[in-house]
Design a protein around this ligand. Structure first.
Ligand code: NOJ
Ligand code: CA
Length: 701
C-alpha cells in the first residue's frame, strides 16, 4: 500500500528500477534508482532544477571480490512521514521542528544474498541519507576499503574549501571554482604540499558551494558515530565528488559489524544563503538526547589564562629545565621556576577577580598541571596525568577563592595526542574534577596520535572522542574538545558537548593571522555541525605589544570581535583577551558582558559566504535581543529592519559600530557607540569596515 504513494516505474533503457520522494513543502524531490547492472543511485532536484545529478552509492570492501557496489535488486521499500517538535537543552532556538518524508530502500545483492538498506530523509531544507546493514548471515564483520558515495555536481560551482587532511582542519578557507581546486591545492596546504594525504582534489566537509544560478549547497555529515570522518574527493573532469573516508594507521577505513548504521550524508540547499545558516537538518538527523538529568548542563561565558601563552607572553610550563631532567621525574620543588609560568595562584586569582567583577561564569587555566616540560622536551612518553598541579598552582586555594566569588574553574586536559595515556587516566582525571568542583573541561589533541599513529579523524579516534564525552556525562562534566573531529550534530544526543574547535580559531591570529573574512565563511562550514569555541573578543590587535618577538596582527576590528558573540553561535563563549586590554576599552567590553549565551530565537538577516553574516538572536528568559554583523574584506553598508521586535514595545538599542575610518589592518580599534530608542518599525543602516562589523544590544525599556 505504502508504495502507491510514490511513483514507481520499471522502465527506460538504463534503469531497472526507480522510485521518487518529495520534501514536505515540495521544493525538493529525489529519485532512487538501480542501474541495469544493479548499481544503486540517487539524484536530487530543488525547485524543479537538478541539484545533484545521478550519483552512485555503495562500498568497496577489503579482501572481497564482491564489494557492495552493484548486482542489487530492491526487495522492499518503506515510505513514511515524520513531524515532531523538540526542545534542545541549549541552542539558537527554543524549539526545533523535525519534519521529513522518508524512503527506506531494502536492497539485496543477488549473488551474495547480502542485505543493505539505504534510508533517505527529505526535509524542506535538504536531503540526508545513510546506509544500514541489518543483522544477517552473509555479512557479519567486514572491513571497509572505501565508501563510494557520489555527489555529482551540475556545474563548476564556487566552493569555500579547506584541503583534505586526516589530522587538522586549522586552515584558512580558499574560495575558488571547483575546477580550480587542483591548481590552488598546493598553496592552500602550506607549508608542505607533499604531506597532503588525499591527492590534488580532496577537500573537507562541511563544504559550502554556490552555483552560477545562485543556489547554495552544503555537503556534510550527521551523527558520526563509530565510523571514520568523511572527506570529499573531486573528479574534476566530471565534477563528481566521492566520499573518501579517513583511514586508520594501517590504511583500512572502517571495521564494521552488522547491525550497523553509517552516519548520514547531508545535502542542505537553498536559493537564500540565510536558510543554510538556519538549517536544523544536521541536528534533526541525530538521535534524541540520551542524558536524563540535564540540570548540570549550562551555557558558559568564560575568560582564561590562555591568550598570554598563545601569544608567547608567558608559558604553559613552570620550568625551563625540561631538557635536562629525567623523563617524568622532574623534581619540581628543586627545579628553577622560569618566572613566566602564567598558571600561578596569585595570577589566577587576578583572573578570578576580573571574572567576578564582570559577571562571567568561569575561568579556564591552562598550564596548571605537570607534564608540559616533557611535552615541550618532546619526550612523548610520560607526558600528563591530569591530576598533578605545578608547585605554584594551589588547587584548593584557587577553588575556595573562586567559590567565594561565585566563579567556576574550567579544567584543561591537553592530551598531547597521547590518547591511550589519556584513556588510562580519564576516570581519575574526571574524578579529580568532581572532587574539586570543576564542571567543564577543555580537552586538546595536539600532535600525532600516540602510540600507533592513528589519524585524528579515523574511526579509532572518533570512538575515543565519543568515549571521553559519554564518560564525562557520567561525571556530569561538560566537554569542549579542541583538535577533535569536526562536529556532526552529536550535541543533540549528548548536550554536554558544549563546544569544539575543529577549525582555525582565534589562536591563529597570534600565529600569523587569519583571513579577515574567515568569520564570514565559518558559519556556512564548520558551524553546520555544531558550535565552535572560536575564542573571540581580542581588543589589542598588535600582538607584539604582548610579546615583542611575535609580530602577528589580529585581522579584525573591535566591533567585528563583538559581533562574533552573535554570529558564531556557541553556548560556550570566551572573552579571550587579557583583562588589562578590556580595562582600556570598558565601554566596548560592556557588550561582551551583556550578550547572552543561550537563545529563544534566531533571525538570519543578511548572509553571503565570504562577504557578510548578520544575525539577530533573542535571549532566553530576558527577551532582550542581540544583533551581530561580521563583515568581509570590502567596506559595506548593511540595512536591517528590526521587525522581529515585539510590536508596540519600546527598546533601547546600544550600537557598537566601526568608526568611519576603521580598518582591520590599519585602524582596528576605532569604534563608535551610540544609543537610541527603537521599535519593531525601526530600520537601521550601518557601515562596516573591511574586517569589521557591528554589534547591537536591544533591551526592553
Ligand atoms: C591548541 C588549542 O587549540 C589551544 O587552545 C590550546 O591552548 C593549546 N592547544 C594547548 O593545549
Ligand atoms: Ca587548535
Amino acid at each position: 500500500m505504502k508504495k502507491i504513494l510514490f511513483t514507481i516505474f520499471m522502465v527506460v533503457s538504463s534503469l531497472s528500477y526507480a522510485q521518487q520522494l518529495k520534501s514536505p513543502n515540495g521544493d525538493f524531490s529525489m529519485e532512487f534508482s538501480l542501474l541495469k547492472d544493479g548499481t544503486p543511485t540517487y539524484k536530487l532536484e530543488y525547485k524543479k532544477k537538478t541539484l545533484i545529478k545521478e550519483s552512485k552509492l555503495g562500498f568497496e570492501l577489503k579482501d572481497d571480490e564482491k564489494s557492495l557496489l552493484k548486482d542489487f535488486t530492491v526487495e522492499d521499500t518503506e515510505a513514511t512521514s515524520f513531524d515532531e517538535t523538540w526542545k534542545p537543552v541549549w541552542g539558537e532556538v527554543a524549539e526545533i521542528r523535525n519534519h521529513y518524508n522518508e524512503l527506506a530502500v531494502h536492497l539485496k545483492q543477488n549473488e551474495t544474498d547480502r542485505k543493505m538498506i539505504v534510508r533517505f530523509r527529505l526535509f524542506d531544507d535538504g536531503l540526508g541519507f545513510r546506509y544500514e546493514f541489518p543483522q544477517q548471515e552473509n555479512l557479519i564483520y567486514f572491513v571497509v576499503k572505501e565508501e563510494r558515495t557520489q555527489f555529482a555536481m551540475t556545474g563548476d560551482h564556487t566552493a569555500f574549501w579547506i584541503p583534505g587532511d586526516y589530522n587538522t582542519q586549522e586552515y584558512d578557507y580558499v574560495e575558488s571554482k571547483l575546477s580550480e581546486i587542483r591548481g590552488k591545492m598546493d598553496k592552500a596546504i602550506t607549508p608542505n604540499a607533499s604531506q597532503h594525504p588525499m591527492g590534488g582534489t580532496g577537500v573537507q566537509t562541511a563544504l559550502m558551494m554556490k552555483s552560477t544560478d545562485g543556489i547554495y549547497i552544503n555537503l556534510h555529515e550527521a551523527a558520526l558515530i563509530d565510523y571514520p570522518a568523511m572527506h570529499l574527493n573531486l573528479d574534476d573532469k566530471n565534477l563528481i565528488f566521492e566520499s573518501w573516508l579517513t583511514p586508520d594507521a594501517r590504511g583500512d577505513k572502517g571495521y564494521l559489524q552488522a547491525p550497523f548504521n553509517t552516519p548520514w550524508r547531508t545535502i542542505i540547499a537553498s536559493d537564500d544563503a540565510r536558510d543554510i545558516l538556519a538549517s536544523k537538518m544536521t541536528l534533526n538527523l541525530n538521535e534524541p538526547n540520551k542524558i536524563e538529568d540535564t540540570s548540570w548542563i549550562k551555557p558558559v561565558k568564560y575568560i582564561g589564562v590562555w591568550w598570554e601563552m598563545i601569544t608567547g607572553k608567558s608559558t604553559w610550563f613552570y620550568t625551563n629545565d625540561f631538557p635536562s631532567v629525567k623523563l617524568g621525574e622532574t623534581d619540581f620543588e628543586n627545579a628553577t621556576p622560569n618566572g613566566t609560568h602564567a598558571a600561578n595562584t596569585k595570577h589566577v586569582k587576578e583572573y578570578i577577580d576580573f571574572a567576578a567583577k564582570h559577571g562571567f561564569d568561569a575561568v579556564l587555566v591552562e598550564g596548571w598541571n605537570v607534564g608540559w616540560e616533557d611535552w615541550f622536551g618532546k619526550s612523548k612518553d610520560y607526558v600528563f596525568d591530569f591530576v598533578t598541579p605545578y608547585p605554584d598552582f594551589d588547587v584548593e586555594e584557587i577553588h575556595n577563592y573562586a567559590k567565594s566569588k561565585g566563579i567556576k574553574m574550567m579544567m584543561h586536559h591537553e592530551t598531547s595526542g597521547s590518547v591511550r595515556n589519556y584513556e588510562r587516566h580519564l576516570e581519575d582525571a574526571y574524578q579529580f574534577m568532581n572532587d574539586h568542583g570543576y564542571t567543564s573541561v577543555k580537552s586538546g589533541y595536539v600532535g600525532d596520535i600516540i602510540p600507533r599513529g592513528e589519524f585524528h579523524y579515523g574511526q579509532w579516534m572518533v570512538n575515543h572522542y565519543q568515549y571521553a564525552l559519554e564518560k564525562a556525562a557520567e561525571h556530569k562534566i561538560m566537554v569542549n574538545a579542541h583538535e577533535a573531529v569536526r562536529p556532526t550534530g552529536i550535541r543533540r544526543t549528548y548536550p554536554n558537548l558544549i563546544g569544539n574547535e575543529s577549525a582555525r580559531g582565534t589562536e591563529y591570529q597570534a600565529f600569523g593571522g587569519n583571513k579577515a573574512n574567515h568569520v564570514t565563511v565559518l558559519p556556512f562550514t564548520r558551524l553546520i555541525g555544531g558550535p565552535m569555541d572560536y575564542t573571540p573578543g581580542i581588543f589589542e590587535m598588535d600582538v607584539s605589544k604582548l610579546n615583542p618577538d611575535n609580530n602577528s596582527h589580529v585581522n579584525a576590528t573591535i566591533a567585528n570581535q563583538l559581533a562574533l558573540y552573535v554570529t558564531m553561535y556557541s553556548p560556550l563563549q570566551m572573552a579571550a583577551d587579557l583583562p588589562e586590554h578590556y580595562n582600556q576599552f570598558l565601554d566596548a567590553f560592556q557588550f561582551i558582558k551583556d550578550v547572552a549565551v543561550d537563545w529563544e530565537d534566531s533571525k538570519y538577516l543578511e548572509a553571503e559566504p565570504g562577504d557578510y553574516v548578520t544575525v539577530a538572536r533573542k535571549a532566553k528568559n530576558t527577551g532582550n535581543w542581540f544583533v551581530g554583523n561580521a563583515n568581509g574584506l570590502e567596506k559595506r553598508t548593511s540595512k536591517i529592519s528590526l521587525d522581529f521586535l515585539d510590536a508596540g514595545k519600546k527598546y533601547e538599542a546600544t550600537i557598537y559600530a566601526d568608526a568611519k575610518d576603521a580598518h582591520y589592518k590599519t585602524n582596528p580599534q576605532a569604534y563608535i557607540i551610540t544609543k537610541k530608542t527603537v521599535t519593531s518599525k525601526s530600520k537601521l543602516k550601518l557601515t562596516s569596515a573591511p574586517g569589521g562589523g557591528y554589534a547591537i544590544s536591544i533591551i526592553e525599556k
